[in-house]
Write a protein that binds this ligand. Structure first.
Ligand code: SF4
Length: 465
C-alpha cells in the first residue's frame, strides 16, 4: 500500500487507490487477542497541531485536522455536520469557537435531514433474512417494527458469530464492527422514532421496475428539535439572500427575540441588469388545460427567437415538463436546448452538460434542478425563462405532512426557490440578464409571501417600499 496524491478521482478509483473499502481503524486479531489497528497513514490531530506529521500521511485526515486546529476554517456542510453529530466529544477542544457562519442558509434543512431519521435498504432487509412482504410500507408502526427487527437481527448475528467455533480460531473483527455499527443505527433510530411518533413520516418506498422494494426512508417533519445540536457557538451568522425571519426561526427552532435579522434594503446589482418581466401567460396548476401548457411553450419559443444569438436558461418544475417543452418547441429552437440535471440520461454530469453549453454560442439549458447552486455568469446566460412555479413536491409524504403542519414553510420554500432562480444568470455587478416569468401562479406566491420577500427584491417585483 502506498500513499499518492491523485487529482482525478475517477482515475484513482480505477487504480484502486481510494479508500472506499478501507477501514481507517480496524479491529483485528493477533495471537488470538483482539487488537485495534489504525491505518498507518492516519495522522493524529496532535501531530497536526504540533506540525510533526509525516508528509506521506492520509490527505483526507490532514485536511480535516488542519481545519480543526486552524483559527478559522471552511467546511462543507456534510463534513461539519458529521463531526457535530457523531464526534463532538472527541474534538471538543477544537470546536470551542465564538462564531460560526452558515452560508446558503436556506438549504440547511436539507442538510440536517440527512442526519436524522432512518433509511432502510433492500440489501439490509435481505441481510437480516426478513421478508419485506410482511411489512406495510405505508404505516409508521410497521416501519418501527421493521427497524426493531433489523436491530434484533444484527444483535443475533453478532452473538452467533462471536459464539461460533470459527470465530475463536479466526475472528473477523471487521465484520463484527460493521454489524455493530448497523445495529447501533437501527436501535437508535427505533428509539428516536417511537419516542416522538407524531413527528415522523414514512415516505413512499422506492421500488424497481418489477415492483420489488428497493429503499424507504422515515424522516422527521419538524427538524427544529434536532437543529440546535448543529449550532453550538456563542454566535451564529446565517447568510442567504432568500430567507425571512419568521419561517427561518420556526424551522430551525430559534427564538425570534434572540435573532437579529439584517434585511439588506437594496441589491448591490443595478436594477437594469436584473429586470424581471412577470408575463402572466397562463396559470399552470393541476387544473390547467393542455391549451394553457401549449400557450406557455409557444411563449418560450417566441422568447428564444427574440434571443436567437444568446445563451439562456429555462427553468421548470419537473423532468416530464422539461420533456414536454422540448417536444413542442420549433425544430430550430429544439436544437439549441440541452436538458441538464444532476444526473442525465446519457450519463453526463451537470458540469459536463454546462461545459458543452459554454461552447455553444446560442445554447439554452432546460432544467428542473438548476434553480439553485449554479453559476451562469456573463455570456453563459443572458436570458432566463421561468416557465412554472417550483412548488415543493407535495406528493412526497414528508412534504405533504410538513405543508399541513407548517403552511408558512411551504410558501417560504416556494418563494426561496423562485428567487434563487432569479439569481442564476446575474453573478456580479457587471453581469446582466433578462428574466421572464410565464406562470401566472407566481403572482399568488408573491401575494401570499408578501411579508417574506427580502427588501432587495422589491425593485424587480415592482413592490412599494
Ligand atoms: S486513514 Fe486515510 S489512507 Fe488510511 S484507510 Fe483511512 S482514509 Fe484511507
Amino acid at each position: 500500500m502506498s500513499a499518492e496524491k491523485i487529482d482525478n478521482s475517477r482515475r484513482a478509483m480505477r487504480w484502486g487507490l481510494t479508500c472506499e473499502k478501507g477501514e481507517c481503524v480496524e479491529r483485528t486479531s493477533k495471537n488470538g487477542k483482539e487488537v485495534i489497528e489504525t491505518c498507518k497513514f492516519k495522522p493524529t490531530i496532535k501531530q497536526v497541531e504540533e506540525n510533526t506529521q509525516d508528509p506521506q500521511s492520509c490527505h483526507y485526515y490532514l485536511q480535516k485536522y488542519e481545519a480543526l486546529v486552524a483559527k478559522h476554517s471552511l467546511w462543507n456542510y456534510h463534513a461539519f455536520f458529521q463531526i457535530m453529530k457523531f464526534n463532538k466529544k472527541l474534538f471538543e477542544d477544537y470546536l470551542d469557537r465564538k462564531v460560526s457562519v452558515f452560508d446558503e442558509a436556506h438549504k440547511i434543512e436539507d442538510q440536517i435531514i440527512q442526519f436524522v431519521g432512518f433509511d432502510i435498504f433492500a440489501g439490509q432487509v435481505d441481510e437480516c433474512n426478513l421478508n419485506p412482504d410482511r411489512y406495510d410500507f405505508t404505516d409508521l408502526d410497521s416501519m418501527i417494527s421493521l427497524t426493531d427487527d433489523i436491530a434484533y437481527s444484527y444483535a443475533k448475528k453478532i452473538k452467533d458469530i462471536k459464539e461460533s467455533p470459527g470465530f475463536e480460531n479466526d475472528p473477523d473483527y471487521e465484520l463484527i464492527t460493521r454489524l455493530e455499527r448497523r445495529y447501533d443505527r437501527a436501535a437508535q433510530a427505533k428509539i428516536d422514532i417511537s419516542s416522538d411518533k407524531n413527528n415522523f413520516v414514512v415516505n413512499d418506498p422506492v421500488r424497481d421496475l418489477n415492483g420489488n422494494f428497493r429503499t424507504i426512508s422515515v424522516k422527521p417533519i419538524d427538524v427544529s428539535k434536532f437543529a440546535n445540536e448543529f449550532f453550538d457557538t456563542e454566535y451564529q451568522i446565517f447568510m442567504s439572500a432568500t430567507i425571512d425571519k419568521q419561517s427561518f426561526c420556526e424551522n430551525m427552532g430559534l427564538k425570534k427575540d434572540e435573532v437579529a435579522f439584517v434585511d439588506t434594503p437594496k441589491s448591490p446589482f443595478a436594477l437594469k441588469n436584473r429586470n424581471v418581466d412577470l408575463l402572466n401567460i397562463r396559470r399552470l396548476s393541476y387544473g390547467s388545460t393542455e391549451e394553457d401548457e401549449l400557450e406557455v411553450i409557444r411563449t418560450i419559443d417566441r422568447i428564444l427567437d427574440e434571443h436567437s444569438d444568446k445563451r439562456g436558461l429555462i427553468l421548470t418544475s419537473s423532468i416530464p415538463r422539461c420533456q414536454k417543452i422540448l417536444r413542442y418547441l420549433s425544430p430550430k429552437n429544439t436544437r439549441r436546448i440541452r436538458i441538464c440535471h444532476s444526473k442525465n440520461k446519457d450519463g453526463k454530469t451537470q458540469d459536463e452538460v454546462i461545459s458543452e453549453h459554454a461552447s455553444d454560442p446560442t445554447g439554452v439549458l432546460l432544467s428542473s434542478s438548476l434553480w439553485e447552486g449554479v453559476d451562469l455568469k456573463d455570456d453563459l446566460s443572458r436570458f432566463q425563462i421561468i416557465a412554472k412555479v417550483p412548488y415543493p413536491n407535495y406528493k412526497e409524504k414528508r412534504i405533504k405532512a410538513k405543508m399541513d403542519k407548517f403552511p408558512l414553510w411551504y410558501t417560504s420554500q416556494t418563494l426561496t426557490k423562485l428567487l434563487q432562480g432569479f439569481g442564476r444568470s446575474i453573478r456580479s455587478e457587471d453581469d446582466w440578464a433578462r428574466t421572464y416569468v410565464l406562470d401566472a401562479a407566481a403572482n399568488n406566491v408573491f401575494f401570499k409571501a408578501q411579508q417574506m420577500i427580502p427588501k432587495s427584491y422589491y425593485d424587480v417585483l415592482g413592490m412599494d417600499e
